[in-house]
Design a protein around this ligand. Structure first.
Ligand code: KG4
Ligand code: ZN
Length: 339
């Protein structure tokens, strides 16, 4: 079963071909960083217009790279839930048109379910049940995954998402956008213990996260250095901030893994590309005898391959949509699939 995936929920225009939910034939991602970086974040209207310009070319390229034609496509999966509404609409319109013209099933996918499937696509051997941490620019979610497409929400962020915290700190420090990869690089040169930043909710018994207080602490430390005319050790600030985020993400995920007695942990979403996060998870999981899985780097940030894989799984559960499929900018994963 050849599924064409389409992802336009934020600022990546992406199309991919995945066979049988497992075999990645192509994954084309056109990012729009050049358009948004000067604003320090994604400008929704610019993103939607750019998707409209690019979507046809990106789909063609995915077909060419996979050495397939439209006639080979047996289903179309598209991100329809969670994202910028104007951006989602562009992908949904393209997907509906193709589904209608080719007379093949249409599947609307929840973006977070896509991120979960990015890891299953990279590591099909991940055992169930497992605990999954999804950390991206828009989400920080801890989920117990009983089996394919069966989710129980354990916790999420009460304010900023983990990636959003990276982006906001980078914006404040005037480092560029998106902040995650920049801070990741800077932090590698810095001292993780230089600043004792808070680890919000680390000791709380819940699986909820909060990053806005940490962000304020980093900004205050920066201002303090400036006011005292002291040198600005950006590498140290980056390393200390990153360490605080990593500590909280890892501690809560490991607590959930132990409480739920799972043998595996899955970490996914844009922030799962972070080198220090991977290192700390790997060390602790080795020590605890728990397996940890990360997606291939090309599948960490937004891409259509993960949407095709998730769409295939939903199709196998007979959960295709029809042409009335609507986009919903904000519906939590557990609400979408409640019951
Ligand atoms: O999954 P994604 O592409 O988009 C959303 O669904 O939000 O994630 C993008 C986020 C951005 O906040 C970006 O700064 C962060 O992932 N990110 C990273 C790294 N690479 C991307 N954060 C930390 N370290 C990285 N290496
Ligand atoms: Zn995403």
């Amino acid at each position: 079963m050849l599924v064409l995936g389409i992802e336009t929920s934020c600022d990546e225009t992406s199309a991919a071909l995945v066979a049988d939910g497992r075999t990645l034939l192509s994954n084309i991602i056109a990012n729009q960083l050049d358009l948004h970086s000067k604003y320090g974040g994604v400008v929704p209207e610019i993103a939607a217009r750019r998707h409209t310009e690019l979507i046809g070319y990106v789909i063609n390229e995915a077909l060419d790279a996979g050495e397939k034609t439209l006639r080979d496509v047996e289903a179309v999966a598209v991100t329809a839930k969670q994202g910028l509404v104007g951006s989602l609409v562009v992908g949904a319109a393209a997907a509906k048109t193709l589904s209608y013209a080719l007379q093949v099933p249409l599947i609307g996918v929840h973006h977070i379910e896509g991120h979960i499937f990015a890891n299953l696509l990279s590591n099909p051997e991940i055992p169930f049940p497992h605990v999954c941490l999804t950390v991206s620019g828009g989400h920080t979610l801890l989920v117990y995954i009983r089996d394919y497409c069966q989710y129980e929400l354990l916790g999420g962020t009460v304010d900023d998402a983990a990636g959003e915290a990276f982006d906001k700190i980078a914006k404040f420090l005037d480092l560029g956008f998106p902040g995650g990869p920049i801070i990741d690089r800077l932090a590698a040169e810095g001292n993780r213990k230089a600043f004792a930043f808070p680890r919000p909710l680390l000791k709380a018994k819940t699986y909820y996260f909060s990053f806005s207080g940490l962000k304020t602490a980093v900004i205050n430390a920066f201002k303090h250095q400036l006011a005292r005319d002291e040198a600005l050790p950006l590498e140290d600030i980056a390393a200390s901030f990153q360490e605080a985020v990593v500590d909280v993400l890892v501690a809560k995920t490991m607590r959930a893994a132990k409480q739920r007695e799972v043998s595996a942990v899955s970490v996914t979403g844009g922030v799962s590309a972070n080198r220090r996060l991977r290192e700390v998870f790997t060390n602790i999981c080795n020590r605890e005898g728990i397996k940890v899985y990360f997606p291939a780097l090309s599948l960490c940030t937004d891409n259509a391959a993960m949407i095709a894989a998730a769409g295939h799984a939903r199709l196998m559960l007979n959960q295709a949509d029809d042409l009335s499929l609507d986009v919903i900018p904000n519906v939590p994963l557990e609400v979408q699939y409640a019951g």
